[in-house]
Design a protein around this ligand. Structure first.
Ligand SMILES: [Zn+2]
Ligand SMILES: [Zn+2]
Length: 295
């Protein structure tokens, strides 16, 4: 299903870090873990498979209504909050005509094995054999790959325990960067994230902690904070900054205050929220279709 208007459409299905937080005080920004959908032309590109991946699956089933779904799915790393939605993604089980191409680093573990393990006894009652859809797995490392003659994806390593890939998605419509689970302070990885973000239209960046919280207690945990997000955006020339991977302990009021404070340093910043859509290319940040963000 081609997207009208020649834009790149970005939808946020999961924005929380570490673990889902389905409690009332977190629901405006959302409690599902990492999943971002990108549409360019008739291409469907997905970044991470946290619990938000389940909601995306329901949406795709409804949208394609009996027609074959084809998507490229990029997995940044295999921590729970980036894979937990896989066993609950309906299109994988529905139709042999559906086709999913998975891309992840195979440096330490292959995603194919990870999926088999997460769906094996005693963790889950249904195995991967029950998945009817066609599945292909590609190992990706640092580098660039052209997909469907529609987008180019560039991957670089970020600073995170057991590793994590950040992604830059380029198309004629615009440039989006998905860089989460990254701790600042290592010169090599600091350079990587700035290279990925160079001149991007939109930078989605790990802002799990508050700057004070990071300094006091969270060094070495593999995450960043909004002040570093602002630094990366300003130093790389990214036009819009979207704070992502919200800490489970940060409720809506806390994230509101983070955005207010961050805007004192960089006006084009907002926090990712479930249901939020961004059209890259029209240079507009569309308001959320499901939640309102009063800022
Ligand atoms: Zn994470
Ligand atoms: Zn992680």
């Amino acid at each position: 299903m081609a997207l009208p208007g020649g834009d790149m459409l970005v939808r946020f299905w999961g924005v929380r870090g570490s673990t889902p937080t389905p409690q009332a005080e977190n629901l405006r920004y959302g409690g599902n873990t990492s999943c971002v959908e990108v549409r360019v032309g008739d291409g469907v590109y997905v970044f991470d498979c946290g619990t938000g991946f389940r909601s995306l699956g329901q949406h795709l089933t409804q949208e394609f209504a009996g027609q074959a779904v084809s998507a490229h799915v990029f997995v940044s790393h295999f921590h729970w909050d980036h894979i937990q939605g896989i066993p609950f993604f309906r299109p994988l089980f529905e139709d042999p005509a559906h086709r999913f191409t998975f891309h992840a680093s195979a440096r330490n573990h292959s995603l194919k094995n990870v999926m088999e393990q997460q769906m094996s006894a005693p963790f889950f009652p249904v195995g991967v054999k029950e998945m009817k859809a066609q599945r292909e797995f590609f190992g990706i490392e640092s580098g660039r790959v052209r997909i469907d003659d529609q987008v180019t994806i560039e991957a670089k390593w970020l600073n995170h325990p057991q590793g994590c890939l950040g992604f830059r998605i380029e198309s004629p419509e615009g440039v989006l960067v998905y860089a989460t689970d990254n701790e600042p302070g290592d010169p090599e990885f600091d350079k990587n994230v700035r290279a990925l973000a160079a001149g991007a239209d939109v930078l989605i960046y790990d802002a799990q902690y508050l700057p004070d919280q990071y300094e006091a207690k969270k060094r070495g945990w593999g995450h960043s904070h909004w002040r570093e997000g602002v630094n990366v955006a300003m130093e790389s020339g990214a036009k819009e900054l979207v704070l992502f991977h919200h800490d489970p302990e940060h409720d809506d009021a806390c994230i509101d205050s983070v955005v207010k404070e961050a805007r004192n340093f960089y006006p084009a910043v907002r926090a990712a929220a479930e249901g939020m859509e961004i059209r890259v290319g029209g240079n507009t940040l569309a308001p959320s279709t499901r939640v309102e963000i009063p800022l």
